[in-house]
Design a protein around this ligand. Structure first.
Ligand code: TXA
Ligand code: MG
Length: 341
């Protein structure tokens, strides 16, 4: 049976062959299905079906100027949609399947709706076994933005998707918590005559990309500035994005929050230094990792921010990570959560 219903809430599709077959059937019929990837949950639809893609924008409340990522099994499949440059091939050989999105020149078959009228398309081959099984079963390119209302924190569990959308997203494939927990790295390698540009820092770090390509990878330069001609540079770079409703304030590594006598605040820390226990004043403390392991911190960050957002704190203080590698990505998301991107 495919419907373990809970009090009128949409049922989850289970991570079984039957659940995958149903998801694939729905996608082929032009429906929107939320599914897990290794980064975050995505809101997927047949990328070449404009009616289906329109539903994604409408469900998310996403402006049409914000282009979508197209997911496919591999380079061969995605080559039917995009022109892979030599740099793109070097990156895919090293990182696919995985949390790396490439911006490439699009082929005519890709609808302008997906690319917000650009001549480039973002493509990614996800590593999550369930996402791959669905891609295999439906045989379609799948457009999938993160499955959150526009501007809110990305979902890392099926329950996050259901909490945000309720009956608006009736089909959610439940693959448990996402292993990575932060959105994919986006790099523009569409033009072989220009240096690669990092549009969104992510799990595959700028340092790792530079090592693969044998040259530095710079960016992002813009902070959500709208360019009249081009639209948003990469709208994931909007200054306020990935944001809880509760105000977020940033702290340097190990810096304590100020005393807030009249407010009940939360303090999010990367690691538990010296087994500390006592936060200052009326502040609850939360450690993303006992040891300061940033991979673990990334896995849990969005779930914790959602939990704290529901808990009614006056403010969430977040400790920044050391600013290199995955720490730079965590800090990027924390700055955007704080509206300081
Ligand atoms: O990890 C991820 O990438 C997740 C999972 C579901 O794959 N997806 C995701 O999609 O984060 P979304 O739509 O939330 O973020 C995609 C970002 C947006 O900021 C969009 O502006 C940018 O990719 N983007 C898409 N196409 C682009 C293009 N042609 N040029 C520049 N940026 C593009
Ligand atoms: Mg998103």
């Amino acid at each position: 049976m495919l419907t373990p219903d809970t009090e009128g809430q949409p049922p989850f599709l289970p991570p079984t062959p039957a659940g995958v077959a149903r998801a694939a059937e729905l996608l082929r019929a032009g429906e929107v299905v939320a599914l897990p990837t290794e980064t975050v949950y995505g809101l997927a639809a047949h990328a070449l079906d404009e009616k289906a893609v329109r539903q994604i924008f409408s469900i998310k409340g996403r402006p049409l100027i914000d282009p979508l990522i197209v997911h496919g099994l591999d380079v061969e499949f995605l080559s039917t949609l995009a022109h892979f440059t030599p740099q793109a091939r070097e990156l895919t050989a090293a990182c696919w399947p995985g949390p790396l999105t490439l911006v490439l020149k699009k082929r005519p078959v890709v609808p302008g709706l997906i690319t917000a009228g650009r001549d480039t398309v973002a493509v990614r081959s996800p590593a999550h076994p369930l996402a791959r099984t669905v891609l295999q079963a439906c045989g379609l390119p799948l457009a999938a933005p993160s499955a959150n209302p526009f501007g809110y924190i990305s979902p890392t569990t099926a329950e996050h998707v259901r909490t945000s959308f309720g009956t608006k997203v009736p089909w959610i494939l439940d693959g448990g918590p996402c292993a990575v927990g932060l959105e994919s790295t986006i790099v523009d390698v569409s033009d072989p005559t220009r240096p690669p540009r990092l549009l969104r820092p992510g799990p595959i770090t700028a340092e790792a990309l530079a090592q693969i390509l044998g040259q530095p990878v710079h960016g992002p330069e813009s902070s959500g500035r709208i360019d009249e001609a081009q639209g948003l540079d990469a709208p994931g770079l909007l200054t306020r994005h990935y944001s809880p409703r509760t105000p977020v304030a940033l702290l340097k590594p190990a810096e304590p929050p100020p005393l807030t006598p009249d407010q009940h605040c939360a303090w999010v820390r990367m690691g538990r230094h010296n087994k500390e226990t006592t936060p200052p004043g009326d502040t609850d403390i939360f450690w993303l990792s006992e040891t300061g392991n940033l991979t673990q911190a990334a896995q849990g960050l969005y779930a914790l921010l959602r939990q704290l957002d529901e808990a009614g704190y006056a403010k969430i203080f977040c400790e920044l990570a050391p600013a290199t590698g995955l720490g730079a990505t965590l800090n990027d998301r924390l700055r955007r959560a704080a509206g300081q991107g």
